[in-house]
Design a protein around this ligand. Structure first.
Ligand code: NAP
Length: 248
């Protein structure tokens, strides 16, 4: 994989940022996707370049197909695609299902599900041996919410991650004979800004006592699992979903 391109959607902050830095240290040329926070994306690129890695920042709202097509086109100029990390994801404010608007649910699915599927489509077109590619890896970010359902909080988010689990299994089987491995990580409570975007900055720490390991996880602990899946050490792993959740 050395010198192959890794696209990381939502690579500007949180788990995506840690994954971008870890992937670059293992020799990937990293495309740092971001939705709006250009400064954060540029700081990831700087952190990589200062260690002699290669990275570029590209704006891409994965809820918009045009943005996705433009992202992959620009990434093609950066090198040969070897990995896609479908990391970009959103939560909504804490809510019951009977309070959710259609717009909220549609946006949740557009970003977390359709966005990941369209990015995977573009990656398969480039990496599959069926299309003349050299193979590669797709890692999808699911969540333990897919198992827990997140009642009274964000069932829409949990359902979007359930879809990611099924997508991982199905796409993995579909392209297993074409040089592409597909896997998902189900993080537990991880210390990032996503909880603040759901209106509850302290959520992870507040719920830490429910975690069998009695603590929240770090973005780096998720990144370590992702770069393992990206590596040849995981060469027989596909259609697999790995919980990285302290036992949650
Ligand atoms: P985060 O700290 O909120 O960072 C989100 C990243 O995604 C940012 O880089 C953001 O870009 C980008 N992003 C947001 N909306 C986007 C869109 N529409 N298109 C493209 N990029 C977008 O999130 P995180 O906690 O690192 O979560 C990363 C992934 O892990 C998500 O899929 C999340 O569901 C999953 N996960 C997280 C946890 C957790 O406890 N943190 C647990 C389970 C699963 P900007 O910087 O431009 O805003």
């Amino acid at each position: 994989m050395t010198d192959r391109v890794a696209i990381i959607t939502g690579g500007s902050r949180g788990i995506g940022r840690a994954t971008a830095i870890a992937a670059a240290s293992r020799g990937f040329r990293v495309v740092v996707g971001y939705a709006s926070n250009e400064a954060a994306a540029k700081s990831v690129v700087s952190a990589i370049e200062v260690k002699n890695g290669k990275a570029i920042a590209l704006k891409c709202d994965v809820g918009d197909e045009h943005d996705i097509l433009a992202l992959f086109k620009a990434a093609d100029k950066f090198g040969t695609l070897g990995a896609l990390i479908n990391n970009a994801g959103i939560v909504g404010p804490t809510s019951r299902v009977d309070e959710m608007s259609a717009e909220r649910i549609q946006r949740m699915m557009a970003v977390n599900v359709t966005g990941s599927m369209l990015c995977a489509r573009e990656a398969v077109k480039r990496m599959s041996t069926r299309h003349g590619g050299k193979g590669g890896v797709i890692v999808n970010l699911s969540s333990v919410a897919a198992k827990l359902g997140s009642p009274n909080t964000y069932v829409d988010y949990a359902a979007s991650k359930g879809a990611i689990d099924s997508f991982t299994i199905g796409l993995g089987y579909e392209v297993a004979g074409e040089g592409i491995r597909v896997a998902a990580i189900r993080p537990g409570l991880i210390d990032t800004e996503i909880h603040a975007s759901g209106g509850e900055p302290d959520r992870a720490h507040r719920l830490a006592h429910n975690v069998p390991m009695k603590r929240v996880g770090t973005a780096e602990e998720i990144a370590n699992a992702i770069v393992w899946l990206m590596s040849d050490d995981a060469s027989y792993v596909t259609s697999a979903i790995l919980d990285v959740s302290g036992g949650r």
